[in-house]
Design a protein around this ligand. Sequence first.
Ligand SMILES: [Zn+2]
Ligand SMILES: [Zn+2]
Length: 155
Amino acid sequence: MGLFNRTSEPASRMPVVESAVSEPRIVRECFCAKGHSLVSNLASFGGHPGITLRLKNERQEGLLALSPVIGDKRRTFFNFERVPGEIVQICCPTCSEPLPVYNVCTCGANLVAIFTTLKTEFASCIGICQRIGCLHSEIKSNRDLRLFSRNGYFD
Ligand SMILES: [Zn+2]
Ligand SMILES: [Zn+2]
């Protein structure tokens, strides 16, 4: 609960930063559209288990581990030849279902959604780009995510 108890915040802080205060720093749990957990010990980043995804295209299939630390762009490929610019399908490692596309990346490829709650709503998801080498990602959260934060899903 310490995160929400910042007594050292300056009093002049703008009211609009409320969402920044509750921004999660580490993704503890996230899910495919069918509710399978994507956090695994395949790779860890700073001691935190990574987010594991299956990558597929017409030539190959492998795994990708993303750092669960928000803002940390580190990622590790397993059995997948990394060809920058290539577009891949990003799937759940458990059911192999492609993660749903919900937006278009600034690079022109699609952003797919990793859900941060079991409700699998696009309002609470992490978007990652299907293009190898594009590190664009975004986090969408609503009140539910902040509610989960208080319940210990996130640091
Ligand atoms: Zn799945
Ligand atoms: Zn992109």
